[in-house]
Design a protein around this ligand. Structure first.
Ligand code: GLU
Length: 387
């Protein structure tokens, strides 16, 4: 895994990338007032991506905009949409989006492919592997996959809801080494620059500490088209860097946004985690909706920090309805999520053995079982703890 020095420029990162996922937010794709597609802007991004492919990089795109386009076409009112309206808007807007991208790439000789994913396509391991194989097949045929959430069938409970985390999942799924999140935010600032005049931009984030995560404030105040604010962008960045991916958070408002980045436009670069988790652990860490929560005591937090498995003795409570192999969120005494891992026990078993020492487990369950609640091979810590 290549490590990123603090001096690597965005140009170097993009120039050396092998596989890049670029996410374009809704507010970039259409004019705020008229709702018309920004064809000139789309053509300019297509040219930038063609340039990236010419350097030998494989490119995938995550494009928002289906709901924004469809709601205009259906003349739906401004403001929040009901679920059925969102689904209908996406059904109308998605083909408009796909055909606009097809037109933008066609003059460059690039064939585009549409891939619509639902949450389960990334959360269920088998479907994840299946979706991954499809993306690989497209890339090997030199097609450019353009991915969106399948909003027409997504329900409020079972959806990503924002394309930032979807893009991070796609980056993990495709083993991309660079993820570019383009929106109307030109990177991470110490505070929201629209509300705090003393805010300053942060060009480089070496690790996703709790302080960095706390810098996100509310949804992006300038945009009401997309769903993702800074919180989802940082969550997405954290998911991707844990899988060894460099993340670039940048504004895509101007034409040729990637060329602008190559020429030094402001952005925040998030370095890949120094000890990048393997692909499977990246998948665990990036789960959108863990099936349950396990609360642990201070001693267990320390033990996990040293690389130990989570033992039932360190558990103070567990909630949710999960079975073996489901992803659990691990929470400390303050309710802060410190990690994730695969359950070795069902929820019913876990509740029986909460707080028990290893030698007491067999007696409580009535059969002998594994010692760990979450084995360390199936466990990922989310924050780099201060020592
Ligand atoms: N999937 C949504 C769409 O295409 C966009 C989600 C987002 O704004 O991040 O309209």
């Amino acid at each position: 895994m290549a490590t990123l020095g603090t001096h690597s420029s965005v140009g170097d990162i993009l120039g050396q990338a092998k596989r890049v996922v670029v996410k374009a937010g809704s507010s970039l794709l259409s004019e705020a007032q008229s709702g018309a597609l920004r064809h000139g802007w789309m053509a300019s991004l297509a040219q930038d991506l063609a340039g990236l492919r010419d350097t030998g990089a494989e490119v995938l795109m995550v494009s928002s905009g289906a709901v924004a386009l469809g709601r205009r076409a259906l003349k739906l009112s401004d403001g929040a949409l009901a679920l059925e309206q969102k689904q209908a808007a996406a059904a109308v807007g998605q083909p408009m989006l796909a055909s606009a991208w097809k037109e933008a790439f066609a003059p460059l000789g690039i064939v585009t492919a549409q891939a619509l994913l639902t949450l389960e396509d990334t959360e269920k391991r088998r479907r994840w592997l299946n979706s991954r194989a499809t993306l690989e097949a497209l890339l090997s045929q030199k097609a450019l996959p353009i991915i969106n959430e399948n909003d027409t069938v997504a329900t409020d409970e079972i959806r990503y809801g924002d394309n930032d985390r979807l893009a991070a999942r796609v980056a993990q799924m495709s083993g991309a080494d660079v993820l570019v999140l383009l929106s109307d935010i030109d990177g991470l600032w110490t505070a929201d620059p629209h509300r705090h005049s003393d805010a300053s931009p942060i060009p480089f984030v070496a690790d996703m500490s709790a302080e960095i995560m706390a810098m996100a404030e509310g949804p992006n105040p300038q945009s009401n088209l997309g769903s993702g604010g800074m919180v989802t962008k940082l969550t997405a960045a954290r998911m991707a860097v844990q899988g060894g991916c460099t993340v670039i958070l940048a504004s895509g408002v101007c034409e040729h946004p990637l060329a602008a980045l190559m020429n030094g436009a402001r952005a925040t670069v998030f370095a890949p985690a120094a000890t990048a988790t393997d692909a499977r652990k990246g998948w665990i860490a990036g789960t959108i909706n863990p099936a349950g929560q396990v609360h642990i005591d201070e001693g267990a937090v320390r033990a996990l920090g040293k690389g130990a498995s989570l033992l039932p003795a360190g558990m103070t409570a567990c909630t949710g309805d999960f079975t073996r192999g489901d992803v659990l969120a691990i929470l400390d005494m303050n309710g802060r999520e410190v990690g994730r891992g695969l359950a070795s026990y069902t929820a019913g078993e876990a509740r029986k053995i909460c707080g028990l020492r290893s030698e007491e487990i067999a007696h409580a369950l009535g059969y002998s079982a594994r010692a760990a609640m979450i084995h360390r091979d199936n466990l990922v810590l989310l924050h780099k703890e201060k020592t």
